[in-house]
Design a protein around this ligand. Structure first.
Ligand code: BMX
Length: 283
């Protein structure tokens, strides 16, 4: 029976899952050694792979979703605070070499977009966007029922889009950015800031809501630029209770042509794994 092994390498957490007949039958999660350099990540991914007991299996498909900008199997982290020393790192080659099996590589948010489009809340929408607000801010685009993959890797690097003050969206609205702002303002971390905002702290609310306003502005632009009908929201910040309502509230301030249907990702944190598992067997 065909088995599929999928890695999902994120800025904070990484996962491996074994799929059989489209279902996850085994999984493990670890903290990404994000500050130890890419070789350290390959080491732990290889250890997880060998722990799965499928290493010798003959009918095996393997894919990896990874945070970062991908060109020709090499990964670059735009933000070294998220992944240190990932500059055109040949992940596809290095991982394949370590586990002795070819690996197909996808950006994590693009993979999640495909997962949601095929099996989640994107089903039936020809133009669909998956947006993750997490360690970084990432996205994946379905255009004309196809996953948009650009030759130069800028398929949907929404976090690199500019905001009014010249910063990137990621530097304004990611969990990492909220964490920095939180500490500057005397909150312990991003979660403490968002919790305080939800409990009525006006200062925290101003910072939290401003970050969501920037996301809304980009979604409004993309709605009229690409004809996106639905957005699925994912990521540890995006899936926080109340985030979706705050984002919808910001979107409501735009005229009708900018309105876009925004929902929570149905597959939750598994969207990337599910997307890659499907891409490696059908694509
Ligand atoms: C960043 C960028 C994207 C990624 C997104 C979400 C890096 C390392 N990553 O914008 O490629 O899709 O973060 O990644 O530059 P996550 O780690 O927050 O899930």
């Amino acid at each position: 029976m065909k088995k599929t092994i999928v890695f999902d390498i994120g800025g904070t957490q990484s996962r491996i899952a074994l799929f059989e007949n489209g279902q996850i039958v085994w999984r493990k999660q670890i903290t990404t050694p994000s500050q130890a350099g890419p070789d350290a990540t390959v080491d732990v991914m290889a250890q997880l792979f060998f722990a799965s007991n499928v290493a010798g299996h003959t009918d095996l498909a393997i894919g990896a979703a990874v945070t970062g900008h991908i060109v020709d199997g090499c990964v670059t982290a735009h933000n070294p605070d998220i992944l240190r020393d990932w500059q055109r790192y040949p992940l596809q080659h290095r991982l394949a070499e370590r586990i002795n099996h070819p690996v197909r590589l996808f950006n994590d948010a693009r993979a999640a977009a495909w997962g949601e489009y095929r099996f989640g809340t994107g089903q039936g929408f020809d133009e669909f966007l998956f947006l993750t607000v997490s360690t970084g801010v990432g996205a994946g685009l379905i255009l004309g029922k196809r996953l948009h993959i650009a030759k130069n890797g800028f398929d949907a690097e929404i976090g690199e889009m500019k905001t009014d003050n010249g910063q990137t969206l990621e530097n304004r609205a990611s969990g990492t950015a909220l964490g920095l702002l939180a500490m500057q303002q005397g909150y312990e971390n991003a979660k403490a800031l968002c919790d305080a905002a939800d409990q009525g702290d006006e200062n925290a609310d101003r910072i939290y809501q401003a970050s969501i306003r920037e996301i809304a502005r980009k979604l409004a632009d993309l709605a009229v630029m690409l004809g996106i009908q639905r957005v699925a929201l994912g990521g540890s910040v995006g899936l926080r209770s109340g985030y979706l309502q705050r984002l919808r509230q910001e979107m409501a301030s735009y005229p009708g042509i900018y309105q876009i249907d925004i929902v929570a990702a149905q597959l939750g944190h598994d969207a990337g794994l599910v997307g890659v598992a499907d891409l490696v067997i059908t694509d």
